[in-house]
Write a protein that binds this ligand. Structure first.
Ligand code: IMP
Ligand code: MG
Length: 181
């Protein structure tokens, strides 16, 4: 597929992403056999990943959403995290799988994990499509990782820059050069 002008390079083709997501879903189905996990999708970035992922999970699962404050227009983390929209489900005593788009510094994830742990689920695992290990500022355990990627700002398949590019079916490196005009 042809890259958009703002996308410098395609990092992960649509088929590559889809194959890996299917694999992750099958893996989770095996690991949680006999259980009924609650998938917690972190809005908005993980929406596409999570909706594809759960279609490959053969379990009586439930789905809920949580939204946290994001970077705004910047491509670097402010370190400030705040819940904008909370879960509708209680999670005490349940098996929870937190689904993220990308773990960068790890600040967002460590906040979310701490916040959810305080609600005393029976178990809490983290599943992310992407991880940038070189960028980590805090040590946070991630149980399922789709792809480790280099330290580049990426867009597509749910990930945005200024709310754009979420609809790309592939994951591309954002072209940070100033736009013409
Ligand atoms: P962290 O708190 O630094 O780990 O950042 C996590 C959040 O930052 C993710 O959920 C994304 O919303 C955003 N983010 C980090 N890196 C990227 C990127 O390369 N492209 C788009 N969003 C990103
Ligand atoms: Mg985000």
């Amino acid at each position: 597929m042809k890259a958009w002008p703002d996308v410098a390079e395609i990092l992960l083709e649509e088929g590559t992403v889809q194959n890996r997501v299917a694999e992750m879903g099958r893996r989770i189905s095996q690991d949680y056999k006999g259980r009924k996990p609650l998938f917690v999708c972190v809005l908005r970035g993980a929406a596409l990943f999570c909706s594809d992922l759960i279609r490959h999970v053969d379990l009586p699962l439930r789905l809920d959403f949580i939204a946290v404050s994001s970077y705004g227009a910047s491509t670097t983390s402010s370190g400030e995290v705040r819940i904008i929209k909370d879960l509708e489900s209680g999670i005490e005593g349940g098996d929870v799988i937190l689904v993220e788009d990308i773990v960068d510094t790890g600040l967002t994830l460590s906040y979310l994990v701490q916040n959810l742990q305080n609600r005393e689920p029976a178990s809490l695992k983290v599943c992310t499509l992407l991880s940038k290990p070189d960028r980590r500022l805090v040590d946070v355990k991630v149980d399922y990782v789709g792809f480790d990627i280099p330290d580049e700002f990426v867009v597509g398949y749910g990930l945005d820059f200024n709310q754009r590019f979420r609809n790309l079916p592939y994951i591309g490196v954002y072209n940070s050069k100033p736009e013409d005009g």
